[in-house]
Design a binder for this molecule. Structure first.
Ligand code: PMP
Length: 416
């Protein structure tokens, strides 16, 4: 069995008082806290190994390069990629998605008359879903608009479940790429991504999975999912900020042009012409965040040191307990009631503004997120200004859930 008390000792930040109350941290979908081993790994790198990588012949440079490439292999193994070169280190999900949108844009037929010209191919370009985070919407939308193309959107029902019949219909319209959240950061819905990949592949359409909210909660096997790309952020999986990844099938990464240009991503350069480096370096221009990559490796090792099935069960227990207790509140409306859901609960209470509720329970020591959660179209879909969202991590306890619900009840009474 998971020993949560022991685990919590690895997270000193949790052991503090805010406004004189013990901190209850339930904003893990925004970012998780970092265990000591991760903090120490990054510190250790700067104490003993810091050096620019891939460039020097000297001892430290080689040591740092080896450590960085070892971290890449660890990430590849963690999500079961075939080869380490299929892992590109990025700043996180947002950068990975911008990389993909930009690179895919370069594969599109040029506009007639150059930039600002006319699109002779009026095909839809990208298919996303109605529950995407702005990170998996705006980069694609901007790219589509630059090409005067069409952005297709898979609708969802009132429970926050995608309409797969509509999805199939939209696939028939022939988008060049599909990009979907594995788990919604607002609704908690776990989308049937494996099935959706299979459906898209019947039309030869590549699929990007936004794994920002899934990688900390579930074992990811990109070969089993058969997705063409999988993107994630380190800071949502116990790793430092400023590091994340993009997995891509080698054949796709070979085909896509580079996203940024500069040092490291080149093979030969003259004033007339530049040729590019091989994978994965082609997509890693400039000096990377080596210390954070090593922290990410340690975060993965930390997660692997625990029984992931037990973690899943524990987190599910937290969620079920929260839903059960919150249901007793008069006028509560859950936003996102899919059968397949995970990690978080979003809600509003009649007559109470989410922001006021969040502010009041903060004073009781409880940290939750309020607002649109970077998914404004989801708010529009449900006709609400925002939600209160409590999101769980492996170090949260059932006692914390109780404190949270009590705080919500008290705040709701005060505000109504
Ligand atoms: N997609 C989803 C589903 C997310 O939850 C988030 C973060 N809230 C992102 C993308 C963006 O992640 P980041 O800010 O780490 O780039």
């Amino acid at each position: 069995m998971l020993n949560i008390n022991e685990i919590r000792k690895q997270f000193p930040v949790l052991d503090q008082q805010v406004y004189g109350k013990p901190l209850v941290y339930l904003d893990n979908a925004a970012t998780t806290q970092k265990p000591l081993c991760v903090i120490e790994r990054e510190r250790d790198y700067y104490l003993h190994e810091n050096c620019n990588i891939h460039r020097g012949v000297h001892y430290l440079s080689q040591k740092a390069t080896e450590a960085y490439e070892h971290a890449r292999q660890t990430v590849a193994d963690f999500i079961h990629a075939k080869e380490a070169k299929e892992i590109i280190f990025t700043r996180g999900t947002t950068e990975s998605l911008n990389l993909l949108a930009t690179s895919f844009e370069h594969l599109l037929p040029p506009l007639r008359g150059g930039q600002g010209g006319v699109n002779t191919d009026s095909q839809p370009i990208v298919l996303v879903t109605a529950m995407e985070h702005h990170s998996n919407l705006v980069p694609w939308q901007q790219m589509v608009q630059r090409h005067q193309g069409k952005l297709l959107v898979v609708p969802m029902d009132d429970h926050g479940v995608l309409d797969l019949e509509q999805y199939e219909k939209l696939l028939k319209e022939g988008p060049k790429v599909v990009s979907i959240a594995h788990i919604s950061n607002v609704l908690g819905t776990i989308n049937p991504v494996k099935e959706m990949v299979k459906m898209a592949h019947q039309y030869d359409i590549p699929v990007v999975i936004d794994g920002a909210q899934s990688i900390a909660h579930y074992s990811i096997d990109v070969q089993d999912l058969d997705c063409d790309f999988f993107v994630f952020s380190g800071h949502k999986m116990y790793a430092p900020m400023g590091i994340g990844g993009l997995y891509g099938k080698a054949e796709w990464l070979e085909k896509l042009p580079p996203y940024q240009f500069g040092g490291e991503m080149v093979d030969t350069v003259s004033f007339e012409k530049t040729t590019f480096n091989v994978l994965p370096y082609k997509f890693e221009a400039g000096t990377p965040n080596v210390g954070a990559a090593l922290g990410l490796e340690t975060a993965i090792q930390f997660m692997q040191s625990l029984d992931r099935k037990e973690v899943e069960e524990h987190e599910n227990q937290l969620l079920q307990s929260a839903i059960e207790q919150l249901s007793e509140i008069d006028g509560i409306r859950f936003i996102g009631e899919a059968e397949q859901r995970s990690g978080l609960v979003s809600f509003i209470i009649k007559g109470v503004h989410p922001y006021d509720l969040g502010t009041l329970i903060d004073k009781m020591g409880v940290a939750v997120r309020t607002g649109h959660h970077c998914a404004e179209p989801v708010m529009t879909r449900f006709g609400i200004p925002g939600t209160v969202r409590a999101s769980f991590a492996l170090y949260n306890t059932l006692e914390e859930v109780e404190i949270f619900v009590k705080a919500v009840k008290k705040a709701a009474m005060m505000l109504r």
